[in-house]
Design a binder for this molecule. Structure first.
Ligand code: ADP
Ligand code: MG
Length: 395
């Protein structure tokens, strides 16, 4: 017998033998009123709530829970297993995978695109600790999530004005240089009194600088665009090893002169992660480029490795380059902080943002004169997330 009915009947039975009919009626009315009151409260909850007995049969289910679980109208649920009544594919997949295991704020996006947090709590009798029931609570966080996304967007926009001011400042130098060398080139080409070798030499030098400065401008604009584009990552299962190889190929540090010794130590057992592969390629390209640009010794080495580190996938890019001083280390993520003549100072800022957007972390340790090690940690998908992601995107 369920605990609810045992208290009801218990109350009624103790009263029955001792009192008159009127009093019994008044008492029963009171009981009904009380019951209606609790039912109304139960129905008024904004969370979906389902109460199951120890065998998993539904004892009570409010309207919100019916809607969230996708129970078909008119379908009988009470006294039957909850799983049989769930119409929503994503939720059914979650419960099939988890069974009656404890769920605690487990996020799931339903087939109807609602973001829910699912909690399943056992209710135990105080004192004996024996299981009385299980209560399933479904909270709709779609709106909260939307607000979070909007706030993040607003924050990005305010960062944008800072970046824009920075870019205006950044392009001033190359533009100045372009103007000066444009004038010098014109002078060299039109100066009739100069010997032709000097004319040629000066024109070539100015042209080279003009070319270099144009490239610098292009880099600034490209990085600026990467930094400001408000892109949410499109998360799909990918092998980090594959993405790394692609980034290495695109950066081609092994093809650089003088040659770079590239050591790869990729864990073939590394599980796939949920990432935006284009953004992640960008991350590794920026890091590899920084590593390559730091190399200042005759033996030029970069080591790239991957491994599983607890619940995270770990990627490490280490170089034996110039290293970073402690004062600089504090500033490397700031936009426009650069120690390079040709630098934009946006690379690591972009890297940091993308990694954070993926729920990951980046750690940089460095010794001046010896080298730098950059570690990117990305969360490995949990089992149910993987199950739901697979359900959503058959591949
Ligand atoms: P940029 O490469 O355009 O200078 P980044 O944001 O990529 O901009 O890097 C900022 C600064 O951090 C660099 O100018 C450099 O001083 C330092 N840095 C980053 N990575 C490394 C590295 N692997 N070795 C040494 N210094 C580095
Ligand atoms: Mg860089």
């Amino acid at each position: 017998m369920s605990p609810l009915s045992s208290t009801f009947t218990g109350k009624v039975l103790t009263k029955l033998g001792k009192v008159g009919r009127d009093e019994i009626e008044r008492f029963l009315e009171g009981v009904v009123r009380e019951r209606n009151f609790y039912e109304a409260v139960f129905e008024a909850l904004s969370e979906g709530v389902a109460i199951m007995d120890t065998g998993g049969q539904v004892l009570l289910l409010n309207r919100v829970a019916r809607r969230m679980l996708g129970v078909r109208p008119g379908r009988k649920v009470l006294g039957r297993p909850l799983l049989d009544a769930i119409g929503d594919d994503e939720l059914r997949a979650l419960f099939t995978a988890r069974g009656h295991e404890r769920l605690d704020h487990v996020p799931v996006t339903t087939a109807q695109s609602h973001d829910l947090l699912v909690t399943l709590v056992p209710v135990r009798e105080s004192g004996t600790d024996s299981l009385l029931a299980r209560v399933l609570i479904l909270a709709d966080v779609t709106e909260t999530r939307r607000h979070e996304r909007e706030r993040a967007r607003a924050e990005r926009l305010s960062g944008l004005s800072l970046l824009t001011a920075g870019v205006a400042h950044e392009i001033k130098n190359p533009l100045n240089s372009l103007r000066i060398h444009g004038q010098l080139l014109e002078q060299a080409l039109t100066e009739a009194t100069w010997p032709s070798e000097i004319q040629g030499e000066r024109s070539a030098r100015s042209a080279a600088i003009i070319l270099e400065e144009t490239q610098r401008l292009t880099r600034i604009v490209e990085q600026f665009l990467q930094a400001v584009r408000p892109v949410e990552p499109r998360l799909v299962r990918h092998s980090l090893n594959v993405i790394l190889r692609r980034a290495i190929e695109a950066t081609a540090p092994h093809g650089m002169e003088p040659a770079i010794e590239l050591e790869l130590d990729l864990d073939t057992q590394l599980p796939d992660v949920l990432v935006d592969d284009q953004q992640m390629t960008q991350v590794f390209m920026n890091l590899l480029r920084n590593a390559a640009e730091s190399l200042d010794k005759p033996a030029r080495r970069i080591r790239v490795s991957t491994r599983t580190a607890g619940p995270m996938a770990e990627v490490t890019i280490a170089d034996n380059g110039c290293g970073i001083s402690p004062e600089h280390l504090e500033r490397i993520y700031q936009p426009y902080f650069t120690t390079k003549y040709n630098g934009t100072g946006l690379g690591l800022m972009v890297v940091h943002r993308i990694v954070e957007d993926h729920g990951g972390r980046i750690l940089i340790t460095s010794r001046e004169g010896e080298g730098t090690e950059v570690t990117v940690l990305l969360p490995l998908p949990e089992r149910p997330t993987r199950l739901l992601a697979e359900g959503k995107r058959p591949s």
